[in-house]
Design a protein around this ligand. Structure first.
Ligand code: DLL
Length: 435
């Protein structure tokens, strides 16, 4: 059975990798400087020009990019090619405010799909497999990325998209799906739904799952593996860097190999921006080394993790990252959707509510619950119950329009949300997602 999708590069020596990365970086910095005025200005502010970047070490001289830059430059300000050369747009979940829109040339799509193909092969996939893609299709990168990867590997690809659990199970059983790709929480839910339908793990033909897009624990891995009778592999990525496939797990299931021929990874102290030595816990910063349309240099992912270059028994030489251990900003991932508390606050203030609110998230039956408690004004307190219920519904609708998912809104009496002495406690996250 095939062990690697692109053996030569996946097992290249460190020296070869560093040489490749250095060459690509020098070229990429020149490309970005010439093509992206936004980044050129940032470089000028830092008094660095393309000639200063001669090897990998020099990357430290470059400025960082962060989500705010993406927002400032929205929609076309970071394009590295003419729009005419782009063939695809994908975007983050969540809508207004913090939406990220990424562009792709055909070459970008091909490289992205190859990264996903590597993940599928590392999970034991081949052209003998039926790859069941239950990540959302559409603007979200999950469906498109794994779908493209499955095609490259030659799998029979089932473009299921998310939702409609009965149909998922029917196709999984009838088409004899062998590899499942979806969020870990949906995988857990499918496991439960199959048990409820008296389908035992031995009855399905699944052998592996490729799960990511949200935090999940080792316990969750074990529970999914048991309920579906599979091996469950992690996959990491973000829209800004194409989507899934920046990093993926191999048979060792102990951290994800970053596709270092396409992404250069650094770990920084999120407070100071200082680059930390290998083995330190900090914020992951990624540089896409050969993307054409959306070539981000030193992009601050806000994901906290640790990198390790210890030898891996799978033979891959690319650096491994731990599961993300949290974020250095306040972004929440609820049912796979990226949510910022500031978006919730914007809706409430626009609708005339006070900024006294609290977001409560929990996980019940493998599904995230999402409740927002909002204080009423003294005038609203005298409203009839039916009026209050209508107001709750109205807020819910506006939030759904803003976020892409609707929380359950609870209008509560004035002063019932505990005031804090320091920073307000806006988010109570009861899920235990990080070990
Ligand atoms: O979630 C891309 C993706 C799709 C990855 C399918 C894996 C599988 P965004 O919607 O832009 O893109 O969200 C990116 O999700 O910064 C992390 O905080 C989080 N994330 C992604 N993968 C993992 C993972 C996609 N394996 C944000 N574990 C990232 C934990 C993850 N968090």
């Amino acid at each position: 059975m095939r062990k690697y999708y692109q053996k030569e590069v996946e097992t290249a020596s460190r020296e070869e990798l560093i040489k490749m990365q250095s060459e690509k970086l020098v070229k990429q910095v020149r490309h970005v400087y010439d093509k992206v005025p936004y980044y050129r200005n940032l470089m000028r502010e830092k008094q660095v020009c393309p000639e200063d970047i001669r090897c990998l070490e020099d990357i430290k001289k470059l400025p960082f990019l962060c989500k705010d830059d993406l927002r400032d430059a929205y929609p076309y300000g970071l394009l590295g090619t003419d729009l005419k050369e782009c063939v695809r747009i994908q975007s983050t979940s969540g809508t207004t405010g913090k939406r990220v829109v990424a562009f792709y040339t055909q070459k970008d799509v091909d490289l992205w799909e190859e990264c996903c193909a590597r993940a599928i092969v590392a999970a034991g996939g081949s052209d003998e497999d039926v790859c069941h893609v239950a990540y959302g299709y559409g603007l979200f990168t999950g469906g498109a990325g794994l779908h493209g990867g499955a095609h490259k590997v030659g799998c029979l690809t089932l473009p299921m998209s998310s939702g409609n659990t009965d149909r998922q199970i029917q196709f999984m059983m009838d088409m004899e799906s062998t590899i499942l790709c979806c969020t870990p929480s949906y995988a857990a839910y499918l496991g439960e739904a199959m048990a409820e339908r008296n389908i035992s793990p031995e009855e399905n033909k699944l052998k592996a799952g490729i799960f990511g897009a949200e935090p999940w624990t080792e316990e969750m891995r074990r529970s999914i593996e048991k309920s579906l009778g599979i091996k469950a592999y992690d996959i990491y990525g973000l829209t800004e860097t194409s989507g899934p496939g920046v990093a993926f797990e191999c048979e060792e299931q102990s951290g994800m190999h970053i596709n270092e021929d396409h992404f250069y990874a650094e770990i920084i102290n999120p407070e100071t921006g200082e680059v930390l030595p290998e083995g330190s816990k900090g914020e992951l910063v990624l540089t896409s080394l050969d993307k054409e349309a959306f070539p981000l240099l030193r992009y601050r992912t806000r994901d906290i993790c640790i990198l390790s270059r210890e030898d891996c028994s799978c033979g891959r030489t690319h650096v491994k990252m731990t599961k993300p251990m949290g974020r250095s900003d306040d972004m929440l991932i609820i049912r796979g959707v990226n949510v910022f508390p500031s978006q919730i606050e914007t809706v409430l203030l626009k609708m005339g509510y006070s900024p006294n609110y609290q977001i409560e998230i929990d996980r019940k039956n493998n599904t995230d619950t999402f409740d927002v408690y909002v204080e009423m004004s003294s005038i609203q307190m005298s409203d009839k119950i039916s009026d209050i219920q209508k107001k709750e519904k109205d807020i819910e609708t506006s939030m759904r329009a803003m976020l892409g998912i609707g929380p359950k809104i609870h209008l509560v009496p004035i002063k019932s949300i505990a005031r804090s002495e320091g920073k307000a406690v806006r988010v109570v996250d009861k899920r235990k997602l990080h070990e």
